[in-house]
Structure formats: C-alpha cells, structure tokens
Design a protein around this ligand. Structure first.
Ligand code: HPA
Length: 324
C-alpha cells in the first residue's frame, strides 16, 4: 500500500518514471482536483471501452502524454486514461484505462504493469479489471460474465512472471502470496449488483482464468490441457495487472466476458479414415474445423458492453470509501 512514507521512485528505475507521469496527470486535472484521487480504477478490455460512457465530468489524458505508458496497438483498444465521476447517487471519482498493453504487442512486462502502479500512486485502492476471454469450460455460454476467483498463469511458472527482478519498492514482499489475490469484498459486490439489476442467474459465473501470452489462439490440444488443468476461461491479458495491483496493496476484481468458445475437439477427424473411405468409393465429408476470430471477440464485447457497463457502475457506487 502506498503511503506518504513510500518514495515515488524507490528503485530509481527509468522504467518507472512516476514523478513525471504524476506531474502530467496533475496538470491535466488542475481545474478538477476532485478527480485527482479516484476511489476505483477500471481497466477496459477488448470492445469494452464504452464502460467510460458512464463517466461524468470527464477529463481524458492520452497515453502519448504520459512517460512510461506505451501505445495500445490492438483494434478495439483506445489509448486514453479517462478520469470522471460514476454512480447515480453519490459521485464516485474513478479512472478508467481505455486500452491496455499486452506482452504480445512487444511491450515489456514493466510497461504492461506501469499504469496500474501509477493508479496506486494516485491513491486508487480498488481495481476492476475487465477482459474478453475464451470459454474452456463447456458450460460457459458466450456472453456470460465470469467473476474470476483464481488464475492459472503458465507464463508465471516458466520465467515470464511480471514481478521478476528488483521489487518496485523495498517495502514490497519478495515472495508475494496470491491465494488472496481476488478480493472477496469486491466479488460480493458483483453478485449483489447482478441481483439489483435483475440479471438472470446465468448472466454471471465464477471461475478460474488462465493467462496465456498469445497472440495465437489455442490449439485443441492446448484447450484440452487447460481444461484438464482446471481453467474455465482463457485470455491474453489481466494477470500481469492483477499481480501489480495486488503487490501495490489494492483490492482487485476481474470480470471476464466470454466472447467465444475455445475450439476443443476431444477426437480429431482422421484424414487416414477419410482417404480410406474415398478409395473404397464411399467418401465421407466431415465439417471443417471451426476457428476463433478477433472480429467475433470484438462483436460479442460490443453486444455485451452495456450489461458490463451497468454491472461495473453498480459495483463502483457500492465500493466503500476505505475498502482495504
Ligand atoms: N483465447 C485466448 N484469448 C482470448 C480468447 C481465446 O479464445 N478469446 C478472447 N481472448
């Protein structure tokens, strides 16, 4: 947790130019000081940037103005930090990241996590991180929002952990526990919000998010592997941000919108059998293997963005002032 005793650039590491970034943000917000200490930070995933439509009194800061921020290169991702107020009753100051960075774009893990660390230094104590994800669990229909209860991060286990290297602050634990990474208090708010919005029971699920580096979608064998390993959904983002936010002492919630089913066949079509049948004069025609596309992911994101927006808005307005 950041407090007055935490130096802004404890490591002197040029990958973390906190003072310069915070100065620019303060300049953009100089006429709106009430937006400068947001209660909640929101990361908008693929096709979910309309979450920012709930904001009032908005100030947008382009990533290009912020040292240490990269540029998002993924279609459906903008590159803007949006400060504003959310909620019908009480005005809750929030900051939304419209667009995030992924390692597959060529961004370093320190760049992927930097914006989260900046939000922590603005005083954000609660992070709602959204993403688009593929369903590994066959019971999860496209359009379901999964409240993530745990993750399975293969990159973390093989040398691509975002927290490798010197800690950003000497105050942080070297061996960060992750069994409590997903805030129970925020997850409760998600289910209470769904109830308040009269969403059907099937609208929200709970599950385990598998992080893969991408940018390729999974092979059927990889899909089976992840299913056997206990994953419910899979995606190419989020876990680095969760680790940084958890390390910074924030409460973290992840909402994964299921945009597609991962293509998992339990048995392959046999070309040998097809050739044999053809040679025997009884050709068999099997359907081609289906494939996932980014367009499909974006269009489900757009179709469900309104439900996600309402859910996030309800959660935000119920986050207590000091949710530690
Ligand atoms: N796999 C990995 N990442 C994804 C998928 C998927 O099927 N859908 C959306 N993000």
């Amino acid at each position: 947790m950041i407090d007055a005793s935490t130096p802004l650039e404890p490591t002197g590491n040029p990958e973390y130019p906190f003072a310069a970034t915070l100065d620019v943000i303060a300049t953009f917000l100089k006429d709106k000081p009430h937006l400068l200490k947001p209660r909640v930070g929101i990361v908008c995933g693929s096709g979910l940037s309309t979450l920012a439509n709930s904001l009032r009194d908005v100030v947008k800061v382009p990533y290009s103005a912020l040292q240490g921020f990269g540029k998002s290169t993924v279609p459906g991702h903008k590159s803007t930090l949006a400060f504003g107020l959310m909620g019908d009753g009480e005005d809750v100051p929030v900051v939304a990241m419209l667009g995030r960075f992924h390692p597959y774009e060529g961004h370093k893990l320190s760049t992927v996590t930097y914006p989260i660390r900046v939000l922590a230094r603005l005083g954000v104590q609660n992070m709602i991180i959204t993403n688009a994800a593929g369903a590994i669990n066959p019971h999860l229909a496209v359009g379901t929002i999964v409240v993530v209860q745990d993750h399975l991060a293969l990159p973390n286990m093989v040398g691509m952990n975002p927290l490798l290297g010197p800690p950003v602050s000497p105050n942080y634990p070297r061996f960060l526990p992750l069994s409590n990474a997903y805030s129970t208090s925020l997850r409760r708010l998600a289910f209470l919000a769904a109830h308040k919005l009269n969403l059907p029971d099937s609208a929200l699920a709970e599950g385990v998010y598998a992080w893969v580096s991408g940018p390729t979608y999974e092979t059927a064998a990889e899909g089976r592997f992840l299913r056997t390993a206990g994953a419910d959904v899979v995606g190419m983002s989020t876990v680095p941000e969760v680790l940084a936010a958890h390390e910074e002492g924030m409460q973290v919630m992840v909402l994964s919108l299921v945009t597609n089913a991962v293509v998992i066949v339990d048995s392959y079509r046999s070309i040998r059998e097809e050739v044999k049948a053809e040679l025997a004069g009884k050709p068999i025609e099997l359907p081609p293997t289906s494939v996932v596309s980014h367009e499909e992911v974006l269009s489900v994101g757009q179709a469900k963005a309104e439900v996600m927006r309402q859910l996030v808005e309800h959660i935000v307005q119920n986050v207590p002032q000091d949710n530690a």
